[in-house]
Design a protein around this ligand. Structure first.
Ligand SMILES: Cc1cc2nc3c(=O)[nH]c(=O)nc-3n(C[C@H](O)[C@H](O)[C@H](O)COP(=O)(O)OP(=O)(O)OC[C@H]3O[C@@H](n4cnc5c(N)ncnc54)[C@H](O)[C@@H]3O)c2cc1C
Ligand SMILES: NC(=O)c1ccc[n+]([C@@H]2O[C@H](COP(=O)([O-])OP(=O)(O)OC[C@H]3O[C@@H](n4cnc5c(N)ncnc54)[C@H](O)[C@@H]3O)[C@@H](O)[C@H]2O)c1
Length: 464
């Protein structure tokens, strides 16, 4: 070890590596509780969600929904002329959401809470030990008396398609920085990112082809939900190709060509949204006895992964969502501070894909419940058949589906597809989380004519 590194050796209470939503919140809470905290991020404090993920993509969707609603107003309320412009979207993302991808405000907030904040790349160097390579090229070594928290997140995965590497393809990180909507785009991947962004650009006039590997979009949701979304995207002009096996990508004269069997699909832009790679490489996991090549780190119900080590967020494999990262952060913070509290439980994790219609789910799908060996009953209803769906008219497509553990008489899962589907899901998330008996749910009064009243019809469809 050089003399300079020796001089930079420090003892603190806690080191937080990776400041995604969970890491940032935990570092803030621990510092406010009086611990001596060092918080390190190699890029932007706050992580993927505020700068490249949830927030900019939801701003894009809000704008795209505005266009769609204006076009629907033409059917409902007379003639409306809509001229789409990307400029306000780009401005809002740059100025309001990301501060031009500058995290100074977040750094100051964390420092004001009492933490020492570093921009640098950190790795474990044994139990309770961390090495940080700072941006100025210097190195600091920390020993953490309480321990270390890892919240390193994921990066866009590059699927093994010949020719892809080396082309200027987009990931979500480029799409949210777009300064205009391209004339045409090929999207690889029909998960939440691919579906949300395909709809956004299509509504801004981009000719979009969406290529999805498997049999359906959003394969982790109910098949009925995938079918509704596929129709909705088609109505927006998206060409959805399922069962797609892109074999080659080439880029020439400002355009991409994707080979799909005998067919060549072209686009001015290629957006790759084909899953994520966990940032577990180069983290020194092997120095504490963990496997750096694993897809996720196994954690217990207090987010402990090894002696003096807590791990949070997408890399725990409990749901790659900001709300999971934040939820885990609160559980782990209590453990770090040696306070009592409920252990982590994942039986009622909700998720929402913010397409129009929104696709929202909580708990198990029907198939997952059957695979778990439960005696399953399901009930469903079409949103269009509800009074509110009828009144709403254009854009009211969707469904509510409930999955019951018939032996216990409680819901173990539910799906809502429809306008504000994520909001309607709230009631069902309570039901699954608290295991409210179906008989009790049936005695509730559901306001007329709301979208959530469709829950009553889905419960009725379960049978007696
Ligand atoms: C386009 C898109 C849309 C999304 N929309 C939603 C949504 O609507 N709702 C939702 O709930 N979720 C959404 N997500 C997912 C959400 O962004 C993530 O689940 C969320 O950011 C939580 O991730 P995380 O806590 O694991 O860490 P991340 O947010 O990934 O942050 C990890 C941080 O660790 C840092 N880091 C990594 N390695 C090191 C290291 N060695 N040293 C120092 N720092 C390091 C990184 O720089 C990064 O800042 C979306 C994601 C994308 C890409
Ligand atoms: N609204 C939200 O909550 C939201 C929005 C966006 C992302 N996210 C989170 O981010 C995670 C990552 O999103 P994502 O959409 O990139 O990943 P994903 O893994 O959920 O979906 C990627 C899809 O791409 C397909 N695919 C993979 N390789 C392919 C190929 N070569 N050709 C065609 N299709 C291919 C897969 O079949 C898969 O369905 C999500 O799982 C989710 O947890 C959440």
């Amino acid at each position: 070890m050089s003399t300079q590194e020796q001089e930079q050796e420090h003892e603190v209470d806690l080191v937080v590596v990776g400041l995604g939503p969970g890491g940032e919140a935990l570092a803030t809470g621990a510092a406010q509780a009086g611990l001596d905290v060092v918080a390190v991020d190699k890029h932007l404090v706050g992580g993927e969600c505020p700068y490249y993920g949830c927030i900019p993509s939801k701003m894009m969707l809000r704008a795209a929904d505005g266009l769609a609603e204006a076009r629907r107003a033409g059917t409902l309320a007379g003639d409306v002329e809509v001229t789409a412009s990307w400029a306000p979207v780009a401005r809002r993302i740059r100025e309001e959401a990301t501060d031009d991808w500058d995290d100074s405000v977040a750094v100051r907030r964390l420092a004001d809470a009492g933490a020492t904040v570093h921009h640098g790349t950190a790795r474990l160097d044994g139990v309770r030990r961390v090495v940080v390579e700072l941006r100025d090229g210097s190195t600091r070594r920390y020993t953490a008396r309480r321990g270390v928290v890892l919240n390193p997140g994921t990066r866009p995965a590059a699927p093994p398609v010949a020719g892809l590497e080396g082309t200027p393809y987009w990931t979500n990180r480029d799409a949210v920085r777009a300064t205009e909507a391209p004339a045409s785009m090929v999207v690889v991947g029909g998960g939440p990112i691919g579906c949300e962004l395909a709809q956004v650009f299509a509504r801004f006039g981009t000719r979009v082809t969406l290529l999805q590997h498997g049999a359906r979009l959003l394969p982790h949701d109910e098949p009925e939900a995938s079918a509704v979304l596929e129709r909705a995207l088609a109505d927006d002009g998206v060409r959805v190709v399922t069962g797609a096996e892109p074999s080659e990508v080439s880029y020439a004269d400002g355009g991409f060509t994707v080979t799909l069997g005998e067919e060549r699909v072209t686009g001015d832009r290629l957006l790759v949204a084909a899953g994520r790679t966990p940032n577990l490489d180069g983290l020194g996991l092997e120095t504490v006895g963990l496997d750096p090549t694993a897809r996720s780190v196994e954690v217990d119900e207090r987010l402990r992964a090894a002696e003096g080590l807590w791990v949070l967020g997408d890399v725990t494999g409990k749901g790659a969502y900001t709300h999971v990262s934040m939820y885990q952060s609160a559980v782990a913070l209590r453990d770090v501070l040696e306070r009592d509290g409920a252990p982590a439980s994942y039986h009622a994790v909700p998720h929402v894909t913010f397409t129009d219609p929104e696709v929202a789910g909580v708990g198990m799908t029907e198939q997952q419940a059957r695979d778990a060996g439960l005696r399953v009953r399901t009930g469903s209803t079409a949103m269009e058949q509800s009074s509110r769906g009828f009144v709403h008219g254009p854009g009211a497509t969707g469904l509510v589906k409930v999955v019951e553990d018939a032996d216990r008489g409680v819901l173990v899962g539910a799906t809502v597809v429809g306008p504000a589907g994520g909001e309607v899901l709230g009631a069902l998330a309570v039901a699954v989380h608290a295991a409210v008996p179906v008989e009790v749910l049936r005695t509730m009064v559901y306001a007329y004519p709301t979208f959530h009243r469709a829950i009553e019809s889905a419960l009725a469809d379960l049978g007696i």
